[in-house]
Ligand binder design. Structure first.
Ligand code: PTT
Ligand code: SF4
Length: 611
């Protein structure tokens, strides 16, 4: 095979063993890599009902056929597992040198199972794997851990690690790399912690084999040059994703006070232009000439890398209008290895619970000090509120009761990310039907929806959500490269099929890629349905009640809320277009058309399937 390395490393921490295995070419063609490989491996190798924190759960690091080649933004990998936060399929995408080194060490994926007896670092150096006891690293934060490992293995090695949140099994702990790249929102860091695996170091020295090396080199170089010519490039380098704060404010979708409003009085103070005033440098993922990480000095005088989501969630959503303080909260989230989206969501929930008198603790809106203390309590699972909030917003709302579920902002247990949906039905559908719970990455339809009209619940909207789920959640998550060159500066999609041809030698059209995307999407859905069995229903795909029941009370769209009946009709329409039944379960025919007959056969044992 060209493009793919054709090998997966299987690591068993209980046994201290690692075995490399080849896989069939059909796996590469049918699932491509990244999310596709992860979904296939987790579906095939995990038993239904497995405890996410048990040694039997598997943590997958998976790259794709374009990862690590010299082409725009190809330094990404997917981390995936059964999620401890949601109980369903979970994954995330990290920009990291580990992606490059894992591939250059000869692996498209590494699958980790078991549990080490003592804190361990796994070193994968080309064909060898070592298990090093690392008690000295336990309880260090992610920055300190990476620094120590780099001092031993060199500054250019690929390192994935967890902070204290992962060690303490906080259910939205992430895996961190390169001081501020963090991935695996649904608790992939906690799964790593449950395996007592503090870090993985990748050191690879092999060249990747392309089918047409010269063409690959030329195309990659040309694509890099093309990125530089795009009109939006210069502004992107200045602000990266941060300009979305101003956009969200203008369009009443900026999450504010735990998603009760879509505008924030102090939005300007936390927006892209305010950020430019305190910016000290740009950081980015490997292989990228767009380097969109905005590094600022925070109120603790430490460096913190800001993206839109982090600022909205730790800023407007908790009523905090000082960007330096937002940056300080973001820095500690990175240090502990906590997902900043879920964290901001949960802090907002706690502030509302405090305001309503449902908890004894005083955590005022915008209360920087109280928030910082609470974050530490969460990371260490301090008895009481810290421990309760460490299980996620859904569990916290069950624990607190008293109708707090009305404003627990999640779908399937994953906290909603940074777009308020009182006024945007298509974006609500995107959250409702995403593969991992309420994450925006599968279908960021909101910019299109705001442009084309947000009032309706039309078939066109359903089609747009599906189109984006194929492209973003499907193709980009499988390839595995960053989607931002395409979305943000407009690198044309044709580049990716041309690059795929040069890398793999295969003629793969966008039509073919869309079929892979649908196969992977249906497989992740099958994973959820297998886990939930007869408890599965269309309600699982419903956005939070707040957006239906409490209209916006501020801003130009004051009075707007979602319509539940219309949403449900739109959801049924979505199911029909996906080839799913009224509960949102793929039919036998749909699975069979996608080459997933074996999946249908197994699913039938757990839930009634419609023909
Ligand atoms: C992603 C999610 C996002 S999406 C953001 S900001 W965004 C948050 N970043 C966090 C962070 O930082 N620290 C922290 N402790 N928690 C964080 N949680 C949030 O995680 C990220 C970029 C961004 S910035 C986006 S949109 C794009 N995401 C991509 C994707 O998902 N797939 C893909 N093929 N390309 C992508 N490109 C962009 O990558 P998750 P990163 Mg992150 C400080 O991982 O779990 O997917 O959640 O990956 O390397 O930091 O790059 O406005
Ligand atoms: Fe990473 Fe940003 Fe480059 Fe994407 S555009 S690879 S997120 S630095």
């Amino acid at each position: 095979m060209f493009g793919w390395t054709g090998k997966i490393l299987h690591v068993n921490l209980s046994k201290g063993k690692a075995v490399a295995d080849t896989y069939e070419a059909s796996m590469a063609r049918n699932f491509l890599g990244g999310r596709g490989f992860a979904a296939k491996i987790l579906w095939t190798e995990l038993e239904r009902g497995i405890d996410p924190f048990s040694p039997g759960n598997k943590l997958v690091f998976a790259a794709g056929p374009l990862t690590a080649f010299s082409l725009p933004s190809s330094g990404k990998l997917v981390v995936a597992s059964k999620s401890p936060l949601t109980g369903g399929y979970g994954d995330g995408n990290i920009g990291t040198l580990a992606a490059v080194h894992m591939r250059k060490a000869g692996y498209d994926a590494v699958v980790v199972e078991g549990r080490a007896k003592k804190p361990t670092v796994l070193i994968v150096r080309d064909e060898t794997a070592e298990f090093l006891e690392s008690k000295d690293l336990w309880d260090l934060n992610s920055f300190e851990t990476e620094k120590k490992l780099k001092s031993v293995y060199g500054p250019n090695t690929g390192i994935l690690c967890i902070g204290q949140a992962g060690e303490n099994l906080v259910k939205y702990a992430t895996i961190v790399s390169q001081e501020g790249r963090s991935g695996g929102r649904p608790g992939m860091g906690a799964v790593m912690g449950s395996k007592v695996l503090k870090a993985v170091v990748f050191i690879g020295s092999h060249d990747l084999q392309a089918a047409y090396p010269k063409e690959m080199q030329e195309l990659g170089a040309e694509a890099y040059r093309e990125v530089l010519t795009k009109p939006n490039y210069a502004f992107w380098k200045r602000q990266g994703t941060l300009s979305t704060i101003e956009w969200s404010q203008e369009n009443s979708v900026l999450p504010t006070y735990n998603y009760s409003e879509g505008v924030f009085q102090k939005a300007e103070a936390i927006g892209g232009f305010a950020m430019e005033k305190i910016k000290v440098s740009n950081r980015g993922c490997p292989q990228c000439n767009m380097t969109c990480g905005n590094v600022v000095k925070d109120s603790d005088r430490k460096e913190s890398e800001l993206d839109y989501e982090n600022v909205a969630m730790l800023g407007s959503n908790i009523g905090l209008g000082s960007l330096k303080q937002v940056a300080a909260l973001n820095r500690v989230a990175d240090e502990y290895g906590l997902d900043a989206i879920s964290l901001g969501n949960i802090l907002g929930f706690a502030m509302e619970a405090s305001e309503e008198g449902l908890i004894d603790e005083k955590i005022p809106w915008g209360g920087f000090k109280a928030a910082k203390t609470l974050i530490k309590d969460i990371a260490y699972r301090q008895e009481g509120l810290g421990d309760l909030l460490a299980d996620g917003v859904y569990a916290a709302s069950v624990g607190i009761g008293q109708n707090s579920n009305q404003w627990a902002m999640h779908v399937k247990g994953l906290e909603v990310s940074a777009y308020d949906c009182h006024t945007t039905p298509a974006m609500a559908l995107a959250y409702g039907t995403s593969s991992i719970g309420a994450h925006h990455k599968d279908a960021w339809v909101i910019s299109w929806e705001v442009k084309t009209g947000r009032k309706g619940y039309s078939a066109e909207k359903v089609d747009k959500v599906i189109e984006l789920q194929r492209l973003r959640g499907g193709v980009f998550e499988c390839l595995t490269v960053c989607r931002l060159p395409w979305i943000e500066v407009g690198l044309e999609l044709e580049w990716y099929t041309k690059l795929m041809h040069a890398a793999t030698g295969l003629e793969i059209s966008w039509g073919d890629l869309n079929v892979v995307a649908d196969r992977v999407f249906n497989l992740t859905r099958a994973f959820w349905v297998r886990e939930f069995g007869k408890k599965w229903s269309a309600e699982m795909d419903s956005p939070p009640d707040r957006w239906f029941d409490e209209p916006l009370s501020e801003g130009p769209l004051k009075g707007t809320k979602l319509d539940r009946t219309k949403y449900d009709i739109m959801l049924q329409n979505y199911y029909r277009r996906r080839g799913w039944d009224g509960r949102g379960i793929p039919t036998k025919l749909t699975l069979s058309k996608l080459g997933l007959k074996d999946v249908a056969k197994e699913l039938k044992g757990h839930v009634k399937l419609v023909d």
